[in-house]
Design a protein around this ligand. Structure first.
Ligand code: S3P
Length: 455
C-alpha cells in the first residue's frame, strides 16, 4: 500500500485491533441503527426535492455522513437537528451546482454510485473519490449506462475506477437498460439519472435487487411502474422530469446491521435477545429465511408498518443450527449478510453451500477471499468452488485466529461474532471501519453481555 496515497487521502486513521471471546449467554433488548440504504436515499431524494424533507432515524455512520456532505457540496441545505433527525432543503432536479472540491465518499460504494446518477442530469462537472477500498471497486458498471445517456466521463483511473470526473450534458437521453448484474446500486444510479431525462427510463434485472429507490421515488411523487421480468426479475420504469415533493422519512432499523446481534444470539448457547423495529422488506430478508431453514429460533413479534416499510421485533434464542444449501437467486436479498452467515454455518452441524457469490468479490473487500481466510485461520474447514462457498460445520469453532479485515466493516463485525462462541479468542486487525455502518456496535454488543475488547 502506498503510504502517501492513503495518508494524504483523508488522513486514514491508524488501525485499531480488537478481539472477542466467549462469555455467558447474550440477553437483552437492543435497537440497531437506521438502514444504510434508506439513509443514503433519504438525503439524496431530499436534495432533489424542492422544499424541506424531514428525516428521523438516519444512520449517522461515516458512509451516510459523507453522502450528507456531498449533497451539501452540490447546493442542498443539509442540517442535523437532533439524534438521527435531519432536515434537507433540496434544489430540485437539474438544480445542483458545481462543487468546489472533489466529492469524497470515503468507504461507501452506495454513496458514490448513487450520486453519480444523481449528478448526471445536471449540466455540471463533479469529481468522485473515496478511500483505498473504494478506489479499488468497479465503477464502469455505472459509467457505462450513464455514458449511454450522454454523460461525459472526463477522467477516470485505470479500469474506470475512482477518482472519476463526470460532466452532465445539457440534455440527457432516457434509456431502457438491461443490467448485467442484479445490483440496486446500478438500478438506482440509472433511475436517479433518469429523473433528469425526458420520457421513460427503465432498468431490467434478472433477479430483483432491493427496491428502496423505487419506493422513495413514489413517496416523493414520481411516476414509477414495476413489472415482473422472467422468474425472479423485475423491470422498473420511471417517467422523467417529475417534480419531486418533499416527504417525511422515518428510517427503520437496518436488517444488515441486525444480522450481527442476531447471529451472535443464535450461536451463543442459552442466549435470548430482542432486536427492535428491524426492516422486514422482503428484498432484504434472505438471511432470516436461511437462518430459519438452518433451525434458528427466530420469532418476528409485532410486525407493523412504519414509514412505508414493514418492520418487526426479532426475538432470537440460542439454537443448534444445521447446514443448508442457499440458492443463488437468494443472493440479492442477503448480499451483505454472507460473511456473518458463513460464521453461523461454521457453528452448524453439516455442510452449508452458499451459491452464486460472484458479487462478494467486489464489495468493500473481496469478501469471498476475506471470509475464507478468516474461516481458515480459525480452524473452520471450507472450500471455494467457482462462485460458491462451502462451509463444513462441526458444531463448534476452534478460534484462536487473527483475521485481516481489509477495510471492511462487515468482515470485522462477523469475526467478532465468531469469537463470542469460539473455543479460543478471535482477534481482528482493525475495528475502525465499523464506524461506516454501525458506530455503536461494541457498546451495543457489550450491553448484551458480549466479551469484546478494543485495543
Ligand atoms: C446497496 C446495494 C448493495 C449492497 C450495498 C447497499 C444499496 O450493493 O451491497 O451495501 O443501498 O443500493 P449492490 O446493489 O451493488 O449489490
Amino acid at each position: 500500500m502506498s503510504q502517501s496515497a492513503t495518508a494524504s487521502h483523508h488522513g486514514a486513521a491508524p488501525a485499531v485491533p480488537a478481539n472477542a471471546s466467549a462469555t455467558g449467554p447474550l440477553k437483552g433488548r437492543v435497537r440497531v441503527p437506521g438502514d444504510k440504504s434508506v439513509s443514503h436515499r433519504a438525503l439524496i431524494f431530499g436534495a432533489l426535492a424542492i422544499g424541506e424533507t424531514r428525516i428521523s432515524g438516519l444512520l449517522e455512520g461515516e458512509d451516510v455522513l459523507n453522502t450528507a456532505k456531498a449533497c451539501a457540496a452540490l447546493g442542498a441545505q443539509v442540517e442535523r437537528v437532533g439524534d438521527g433527525a435531519w432536515r434537507v432543503n433540496g434544489v430540485g432536479i437539474g438544480g445542483l451546482r458545481t462543487p468546489d472540491a472533489p466529492l469524497d465518499f470515503g468507504n461507501s460504494g452506495t454513496g458514490a454510485r448513487l450520486m453519480m446518477g444523481m449528478v448526471a442530469g445536471n449540466p455540471i462537472t463533479a469529481t468522485f473519490d473515496g478511500d483505498a477500498s473504494l478506489r479499488r471497486r468497479p465503477m464502469k458498471r455505472i459509467l457505462d449506462p450513464l455514458a449511454m445517456m450522454g454523460v461525459q466521463v472526463v477522467e477516470a483511473a485505470e479500469g474506470g475506477r475512482l477518482p472519476v470526473t463526470l460532466k452532465g450534458p445539457r440534455d440527457l437521453a432516457p434509456i431502457a437498460y438491461e443490467s448485467p448484474v442484479a445490483s440496486a446500486q446500478i438500478k438506482s444510479a440509472v433511475l436517479l439519472a433518469g429523473l433528469g431525462a425526458p420520457g421513460e427510463t427503465s432498468v431490467t434485472e434478472k433477479e430483483a435487487s432491493r427496491d428502496h429507490t423505487e419506493r422513495m421515488l413514489t413517496h416523493f411523487g414520481a411516476e414509477v411502474r414495476v413489472e415482473p421480468f422472467g422468474t425472479h426479475g423485475r423491470r422498473v420504469t420511471l417517467r422523467g422530469r417529475p417534480e419531486l415533493k418533499p416527504a417525511p422519512i422515518h428510517v427503520p432499523a437496518d436488517p444488515s446491521s441486525a444480522a450481527f446481534p442476531l447471529v451472535a444470539a443464535l450461536v451463543v448457547p442459552g442466549s435470548d435477545v430482542i432486536i427492535e423495529g428491524v426492516m422486514m422488506n422482503p428484498l432484504r430478508t434472505g438471511l432470516l429465511t436461511t437462518l430459519r431453514e438452518m433451525g434458528g429460533d427466530i420469532e418476528v413479534l409485532d410486525e407493523r408498518t412504519e414509514g412505508g416499510e414493514s418492520v418487526g421485533d426479532l426475538r432470537v434464542r440460542g439454537s443448534a443450527l444445521r447446514g443448508v444449501e442457499v440458492p443463488p437467486e437468494r443472493a440479492p436479498s442477503m448480499i451483505d449478510e454472507y460473511p456473518v452467515l458463513a460464521v453461523a454455518a461454521s457453528f452448524a452441524q453439516g455442510t452449508t453451500r452458499m451459491r452464486g457469490l460472484s458479487e462478494l468479490r467486489v464489495k468493500e473487500s473481496d469478501r469471498l477471499a476475506a471470509v475464507a481466510d478468516g474461516l481458515g485461520v480459525n480452524g473452520v474447514t471450507y472450500f471455494i468452488e467457482g462462485d460458491d462457498l462451502i462451509v463444513e460445520g462441526i458444531g463448534r469453532v476452534a478460534g484462536g485466529g487473527l483475521v485481516a479485515t481489509h477495510m471492511d466493516h462487515r468482515i470485522a463485525m462477523s469475526f467478532l461474532v465468531m469469537g463470542l462462541a469460539a473455543e479460543k479468542q478471535v482477534a481482528i486487525d482493525d475495528i475502525t471501519f465499523v464506524a461506516t455502518s454501525f458506530p455503536a456496535f461494541v457498546p451495543l454488543m457489550r450491553g448484551l453481555g458480549a466479551g469484546i475488547e478494543v485495543a
